[in-house]
Design a protein around this ligand. Structure first.
Ligand SMILES: C[S@@+](CC[C@H](N)C(=O)[O-])C[C@H]1O[C@@H](n2cnc3c(N)ncnc32)[C@H](O)[C@@H]1O
Length: 346
């Protein structure tokens, strides 16, 4: 997606004013499986939709008014799904999109209420809305089983929307051991290990997430080559022996100073010619988009940890230089998510 280069008109302004309501139509349609129903029966009529979804007439009217006026459904006699949904629903990315909708609804939405306060204080003022103890969202997830499952389902899906490009861009043929810092449920470690049969991977994760990653690794039959170490990547030493250190969806969470500290630890742990890999969403260097990077930054400002945003490529490059990596390479990923890859060389 490109940035919006023309100023908003009144229609654009009102869509922003009611943007939260537009999202609620999308979420309700996903939860009620409206799009699946309409796609299976193109031309379906209102009464049949209401009966199939178990909605009263007024409720059905509201849902169809919203989804049609927002362009999610096309009404021409009966209803059809919009071409963009029809195409997406024909791929595995549809479930990934739905997992992202659930994450926005159950984790992001409430914390964003504290966005202004987060800007004023330059800190994640929304974290207090996630019940439990812990200095960041990740350490509270295990205290909230529903949020934990929504989060890790989303995180797997968000990674899978772009990690095919990571697998393509990252030549690991000469690599023996990769360290995946904050590797989540092992989604990227598994993809890289599957594509590179000689590669060993160690994931460094907080202790509460180790069981989640180990389960996925066992399901993939990779327990011999992909292992998980419980620890704190800031406080603890990195596991030794890796020639490649990866930070996937990590450098968007922390302040530039914290990111640089992590990159410095990676630099110190790597041998000469070793590489560091940054894989996450990126914003433009001139600060004008893409719009998904801007919208996603509200979450990173408000919720997970004290500092973070979808930083411009140039911020990561400055962090890499400050950490000692003198040469780096940019790889932009195609697709609607603003993913990019930066590879730094020691
Ligand atoms: C945004 S998720 C990314 C997960 C995975 N890398 C991916 O791309 O799907 C961030 C992960 O970092 C982990 N994490 C957060 N703080 C950490 C710390 N201090 N040490 C190790 N892992 C940490 C979290 O538990 C979480 O799984």
């Amino acid at each position: 997606m490109t940035s919006i280069e023309t100023p908003a008109d009144m229609d654009g302004l009102s869509r922003i004013l009611f943007g939260h309501a537009a999202f609620q139509y999308l979420n309700a349609a996903c939860e009620l499986e409206l799009f699946e129903l309409v796609r299976a029966k193109p031309g379906i009529h209102k009464a049949e939709i209401g009966a199939a979804l178990g909605l009263a007439d007024r409720a059905n009217d509201i849902l169809l008014l919203g989804c049609t006026s927002l362009g999610l459904l096309v009404k021409n006699g009966g209803y059809r799904v919009a071409p963009v949904l029809d195409e997406l629903m024909g791929t595995d990315d549809w479930q990934r999109f739905r997992d992202t909708v659930a994450f926005e609804q159950y984790i992001v939405y409430e914390g964003q209420l504290d966005f202004t306060e987060s800007l004023r204080t330059n800190a994640n003022a929304g974290l207090h809305r996630v019940p439990g103890e812990g200095p960041d969202l990740y350490r509270r997830l295990s205290q909230n089983p529903h949020l934990e499952s929504v989060f890790y389902r989303y995180m797997r899906s968000w990674s899978e929307l772009a990690n095919r490009h990571l697998v393509e861009a990252l030549d690991l043929s000469g690599s023996r051991k990769l360290l995946d810092c904050g590797g989540g449920d092992a989604v990227n470690a598994i993809a890289l290990a599957q594509a590179n049969p000689d590669l060993q991977v160690t994931i460094l994760e907080i202790p509460d997430t180790v069981r989640i990653a180990e389960k996925k690794i066992a399901e993939a039959g990779l327990s011999e080559r992909v292992t998980v170490a419980g620890g704190d990547m800031f406080a603890d030493s990195f596991p030794t022996g890796a020639d490649t250190v990866m930070f996937a969806h990590q450098m968007v969470i922390w302040t530039p100073e914290e990111c640089t500290a992590l990159l410095r630890k990676a630099y110190d742990a790597l041998p000469e010619n070793g590489r560091v890999v940054i894989f996450n969403s990126m914003s433009h260097d001139d600060g004008d988009g893409p719009v998904v990077a801007a919208l996603d930054s509200v979450y990173f400002a408000s919720l997970p940890a004290e500092g973070g945003m979808i930083y411009p490529w140039s911020q990561h490059e400055a962090n890499l230089r400050a950490a000692g990596f003198t040469r780096s390479e940019r790889v932009a990923c195609p697709g609607w998510t603003p993913h990019g890859i930066l590879i730094g060389y020691k």
